[in-house]
Structures are given as C-alpha cells and as structure tokens.
Ligand binder design. Sequence first.
Ligand code: ATP
Length: 439
Amino acid sequence: MVPNDETLFDKVVNLSKRRGFVFQSAEIYGGFRSTYDYGPIGVLLLRNVKDQWWRSMVQMRHDVVGLDASILSPPAVWEASGHLANFTDPLVDCRECGDRHREDKLVDPSTCPSCGATGTLTEARQFNLMFKTHAGPVTETAAEVYLRPETAQGMFTNFANVLNTSRKRPPFGIAQIGKSFRNEITPGNFVFRTREFEQMELEFFVPPDDSDEWFEHWCEVRRNWYLDLGMPDDRLRLRAHEGDELSHYSKATSDVEFLFPWGWDELEGIANRTDFDLRRHAEASGTRLEYLDPATNEKYVPHVIEPAAGATRTAMAFLMAAYDEEEVRGEQRTVLRLDPRLAPYTMAVLPLSKKPELVEPSREVLGLLQPHWMCDYDETQAIGRRYRRQDEIGTPFCVTVDFETLDDRAITVRDRDSMEQERVPIDELVDHLRARLRT
Ligand code: ATP
C-alpha cells in the first residue's frame, strides 16, 4: 500500500509521464502551464471513463437522450445564464511575491500560501473565468464570442428542439460529454484543475413538485457509478453544500468527493437548478421553454437536476485509487488495479520470443481478440519485464504464445492481480476471456 499523500501523487504523476498517460502540453517548447495532452495509454483510459458514463447515463436508460453542442457561443447565452455577471472567482494578489490566489481557497485569509508573508494580500476583486475570443476577421465588440465554461447551457438552449424531436416528456434528461474552458486563477494538482478540461453533464427535466425526489435519486445513482467502477467506499463521499456555498442558480447541491492525496475534493456536483436556466433563456430569447402536460392540460417550466462530472478529473481519481505496489519474490511490482472496463488495454498478446514461428500465431491470436477488446501487442524484451509493463498500465490479462503453442494450439492467460497463469486452447480463448470479464 502506498500512503495516500504526496508519495502517491508523485508516483502517479511520474507513471503518467513514463508510460504515456499524460504529457505536458507543448513540452518541446518548455510546456504550456496547466494544459495537458493525453498520450496513447491515457487516451484509452479517458475514453473508457467517458464510455462508461455514457453507457450508464444514456444507453442503459429509457429517459435520457444525448447531445453534442458547440463550444463557441454568443454573449447572449452567457448574459441570460448569469455567467457574465456571476461566473467569477475572488482574486487576491500578494504585494510581497506577486502571486495570485483564489480567496475562497485560502486556508488562512491573512497569509500568502506562496511566500508565507502575512498582511500582504490585496482586497479581493471578482475575476470572470470565461475565455473570450472573436469570431471572424474583425475584433470589434459585435464579434465577441465565448468558449463555454460548462456544457450545460447547450442543453438548455436546445430544450425545445429536443422536446419537439425526441418524443421524450418530463421526467427526461439530455446528456453531453465535451470540452469546457475556464480561465482558472490557480490551476494545479496535475490534471485536477486545468484551464481546458472535459465534462460529462446531464440536465434532467422534471415536474417542479418532484424535484427533491429526483435530486435524491441522482445523488444515489451517481455515487454508485463510482463505487461500481471500483472506487473504494472509504475514499468516496457525498457532501451537501452549506447555504452560503450554493451557486447563484442552485436550490440544493451535493458534491461527490474523492479522498485525493491532498484531502477530500470534488469529482462531481449534483445540483437542483430549479427552473432558473429555462426561465432566463425564455425571457431573454422570447422562445417558450415550457411543457404542456396533455394529461392535466397543465403548463409548467420543468425544474432541472444536474449531475455535472469532470471526465479528466475523474480519470485521474481512478488512477490514484488503482495505484498499488507490492513485493513479489523480493522484487517490487507496481500494478494499477483498474476495473477491466476502465483499463486502457483489456489484454496484451505477448509472443515469448521474437522468432517468426511465434510471431505468426501471436498475430493470429491478436486478430481473434481485437474485434472484442482493446489489445496491446508487444514482442520486445524479456517476458517478465513485459508483464511488469502491462501491470503498470493496468492490463487485466496477458496472453502469452510460447513454443508449446505450436504443438497444442493453446496459450497462457496471466491474471494481473493474482499473477496466476492458466493454459487455454486458442479456439476457446474468446469465450474463456468473456466469461472471466463477465461481459
Ligand atoms: P471548483 O469549485 O473546484 O472550481 P466547480 O464547483 O466550479 O469546481 P462545476 O462547475 O460544478 O465545478 O463543474 C463540474 C465538474 O467539472 C467538477 O466537479 C469537476 O469535476 C469538473 N471541473 C470543473 N472545473 C474544472 C477544471 N478547471 N479542471 C478540471 N475539471 C474541472
């Protein structure tokens, strides 16, 4: 067990770089602060996190549809949503060292966390977190556009479109996964807080009287999603916001929090946004955003429950929860105990040697497995080192082709966690692995 402190943090950051999960963006130019690129292994993990979210939130439900809205939007959207006026963080400067901090995150409001000086922080000023740019060749005010700081507004501005085309009726939801951008004052903790990140958000529209019940439903569903994918119970909690913590639109909010190496911190916010957004957009756009219940002939503006999660932040939390080290026969082994549904590769095909007589059947085995699972293929180095490499990136199964395979048409399946090996006929391999993965 690795202690859940900077030791774990450093080990995960190190592994991420060494094995191709996450690279500093523009590294060859010295890096661009707070932006990261997902490498060949990281992109698979991130995709799996998003796929599992989509599967649980859209595919497995009858009452949710998907959306992929634009990232650029005109100021009118953010004027109506309240973001132009309210999407701010309180910014303080240290007169001593010049560093900037978020006042609401200071442990001691009189002391600069960078240089330790006391009484040197300026009064807070409100700093808007939205990135502004210009559409087209002119940089005049009329051409101003914003990069979305959340995906949610796309669901509100498309509410009537979806209602009219999808045959869904409240209670129903619209789900979206995509990039969001915030000009964070203090990005940091690796990919925990970045200026460009990915969100997975659901806006669930309900009759006003049912909103408390649906809020509880989504808190429960979302907490269970993390647990089902292997987050340990003692490192996950739901925390209700205090009144003064609530956002400008929210009636109630609970955060799903993970015990990071630096303490409890947010993975997802579940908010009861009431009818705030639909009402504001209806007023500002002049479009009716309401629902006429044909059964009661009652017209109402639905209330909204929003579970809003971060894909990049969650992928990092899964990495931290999965990281383990143990001693095996006097040697240290690093292993990512990721749920097979999240593991970048579900299996790796490894010929015992690079000799052509083994490479050929190995490629055949690879061809059998690839239509079903994401597979790695590696024929370099000693087999022990290749197993260690797969353990480090969390591959649940290694499939080894050896010289006996040429006689018995069987291969060895090695289990990541127990390291046990089992001989399985090639013809039964897909069924065997499917049974072990229970998919
Ligand atoms: P914070 O208080 O930490 O700034 P928030 O409460 O403003 O976050 P939300 O607006 O609720 O965050 O966003 C929903 C989710 O999107 C967060 O729980 C988080 O997982 C993710 N997220 C938000 N900001 C960032 C960021 N800068 N980098 C990475 N993920 C983010």
